[in-house]
Structures are given as structure tokens and as C-alpha cells.
Design a protein. Sequence first.
Length: 327
Amino acid sequence: MRIVILDAHTTNPGDLDWAPLAALGELVVHDRTPADQILARAAGAEAVLTNKTPLAAATLAGLPGLRYVGVLATGVNVVDLAAAGATGITVSNVPAYSTPGVAQAAFALLLELANQTGRLSASVHAGRWQACEDFCYWDGELVELDGLTLGIVGYGEIGRRMARIAAAFGMRVVATSRSRGPGTAEGGVAFLDLENLFRTADVVTLHCPLSPETTRLVNAARLAAMKPTAYLINTARGGLVDEQALADALAAGKIAGAGLDVLASEPPRQGSPLLTAPNCVITPHVAWATRKARARLIAAAAENLAAFQAGRPRNVVRPSPEPDSAG
């Protein structure tokens, strides 16, 4: 079997080994693949693996020998699933490989907003503490998480991990879920509808997939409903947020801050409004990318392909009650 990886670099920049996949066939690895080279590089492949290189309907139609697509991520919006299904191409993803790291990163963003650790450290290194008249100083309010309400949008694996961490901080947890109706509860988590969650939560954290229904889920109206002291955290998909509306809300003080690991356009386009928005912490889509998580990802991708070769495909992408979006 000819196996082609279209965009290997982000998953494995050289610190891991592709041997588990190489053992399954003739492996061709490309660090990056421009859009105009996808067809040429994937030609003749029975299996193609991709992280963010898109496989649109027209691309899939131009690959008559393709039988399998392995997504090197949990989110699968880079593949036209309807077109793949119509042509008999099996699509598998890798769920839950990055759950610990994404939850950790989400809280790192929240803690940076609440404790301003990075900003204060930078000011110390710039000499401000040496010039201070007192034994300490601060720059803006420091916020305790204990007693605050965390609102989780999307209660999949990552959402549940977030709830456990929040409980350790003494936070109350509310959530939205497609499989649990408002007014229900589970393990100390109360389920609300979206509108009540945005009004109630001191921190709103996004852990749902990007779909036509969730695109710009965080819009001007929902931002206006949030508490002026509230934070927004997004480690899922940039398209969940109306970025101009968020930038405007931050500039107007309608919410206290935002912590983002994802943007609608990655890398961000010139003039992206969030790059200059106040109280906005941004990391470059790395919540998923601990070395341990990437090693799990490669191992699971190889297991997915081996299962397909054996006629027992696993992690085949189908609608599920509560998928996460990570990686």
C-alpha cells in the first residue's frame, strides 16, 4: 500500500519516528503540501494522512485509487466527509489523544488572565521590581478562581477533563451538551442552554467542533450577555468566534479578557483584530502538541490504518453525541 502524509511537520518536526506507519506500506512523507500540489503528491496513494491540508470534494474526485484518509487530529473539518462517503473512502480520526494537554493549555490561558504571570514576569525582567518602593507590586486586579463559575460549551472528553480540573480549583461548573438537556445534572455539573450559560459563567471555555451550526457561536449578542468580569477561553476552533465582535467587546470592556489558542485564519492574517485587542492572550494553536500527545497521535494513526488494512476499520468518522475539537 502506498501511504502519503501531506503535512507531517506539525505532528512530527523531527523529534518522533514515523516507523509505525512505515511498517504498513510504502510511506512517503511531505512536511508541507501547498494546495496546488495535493493532487500530484497524493496520486497513486491508497491511503492519505492529513492534519490541516484540506481534502475537498474536487480533490477526492481526482484520486480514484484513494481508499482511506487518516486525519492526524480529532477535528475532521479538513475533509469533505460527504464526498468521501459517496466515493467509498473510509475516513478515520484520532479522538482523545490530546485531552490532557488541551485541558492543561486551557487552564494555562485562564491562569494567565487571572494571575498575569507572563506579563508580571516581563515587567520584573524589565527592571520594574528593582525600581519599586515596596516589596511587591501588581498591575491590574489578580483574580481568584475559587468560587467562580466555569461554563463549558461541549461536554466531550476534554469538557469532562475541564470539569474535574475546575472542581480542584473550587469552581462551580455548568455546561451545555447536545446529549443532556437543560435542567439536568451529572457529577456536580449542571447543564444549561447556551444563553443561560453565557449569562451565568465567569469563564466560558469552548470545547465543541466547528460545524455550520457552531460557526460564530460566540457572537456580539452572546458577548454582550456575558458578565463584564468574565473571560472567554477557546482551544477548539477559531471559527467558533466572531473575531471582530470579540475584539470590539474587549476594547469596550464588555468582558474582562480572552485566552485563545486558535484563530479563524491560521497563521493570522495581516490586520487580524485580535492581535491588537486588549487583554487578549494568544498562543499559536499548540494546545494539542505536547510530545506525549503527538506520540500518541502517531501510534493511534498507525493503529487506525492497520485496522483498515485488516478489514476492521476503527475510529471511522460518524456523527457522535458529543465530539471534541482538538488538534
